[in-house]
Design a binder for this molecule. Structure first.
Ligand code: BG6
Ligand code: MG
Length: 217
């Protein structure tokens, strides 16, 4: 039985904009100040992962132990550097096809929502000038349980007034694809089919997907 798709829910980092590079630079600076380094390959494991959990992983890689209080200070220090970088973002940093696909959704009557782990999503959307293309925005400020828990996407569906089965989620992180599937939604992976094995379809970017394709999922 096919269900009618009524809404598209988008992850932000790695789907609409490539902020992973800024997260990496800021975390790397923090690790360097603590006296160690980590690789771009290790950084892949931080995609879609919350700020607090990212710090825990990084401290583990460096073999460094910090108190809860110190961890709050370190996460804040990293975030301040990250915010400095995203404050410089321009519309040129929207990933290919993202704006066009959001506009196409709205032109064909599909609702749109953001479903991001980031607490900085509004800053980014305003800087790149596309906040007005979302009917609902759910981000790290609104959820208590991180992906792969489906909370962020279920809250998005609820805000749009559609059933989970009527939603397609666009995600670049394994945990994000799992969150969509755990929520009973369709998932389009943005990246490599070898990595995003649980997605219903994998494309290299939003420039490679059409409204017709997602309606047939
Ligand atoms: C996700 C990113 O979108 O947001 C993660 O993929 C990041 O790398 C997480 O840690 C939280 O972001 P922020 O902006 O709240 O630190
Ligand atoms: Mg992402």
């Amino acid at each position: 039985m096919t269900t009618t798709i009524k809404a598209c829910i988008f992850d932000l980092d790695g789907v609409i904009v490539d902020t992973a590079v800024y997260h990496y630079k800021a975390w790397k600076r923090l690790a360097n100040e603590l006296g160690f380094d980590f690789t771009e390959h290790q950084n892949e494991q931080l995609k879609g992962v919350s700020r607090t959990r990212s710090l825990e992983l990084i401290l583990g890689w460096g073999g460094v132990t910090k108190t809860a209080e110190e961890q709050v200070e370190l996460a804040t220090r990293k975030n301040n550097w990250y915010v400095e970088m995203i404050n410089q973002m321009t519309p040129a940093e929207i990933l290919p096809g993202a704006k066009e696909f959001l506009e196409a959704c709205r032109n064909t009557g599909l609702k749109t929502a953001l479903g991001s782990a980031s607490k900085n999503s509004m800053t980014i959307l305003n800087k790149v000038g596309i906040a007005n293309l979302f009917d609902a925005i759910v981000d790290g400020n609104h959820v208590t349980t991180p992906k792969p828990d489906p909370e962020v996407f279920l809250k998005g569906a609820e805000a749009l007034g559609v059933a989970p089965a009527e939603c397609v989620v666009f995600e670049d992180a394994i945990a994000g694809v799992q969150a969509a599937k755990n929520g009973g939604m369709k998932a389009v992976g943005i990246g490599s089919p070898d990595v995003l094995t649980e997605a219903d379809l994998v494309v290299s970017g939003l420039d490679k997907v059409t409204i017709e394709t997602i309606k047939e999922l």
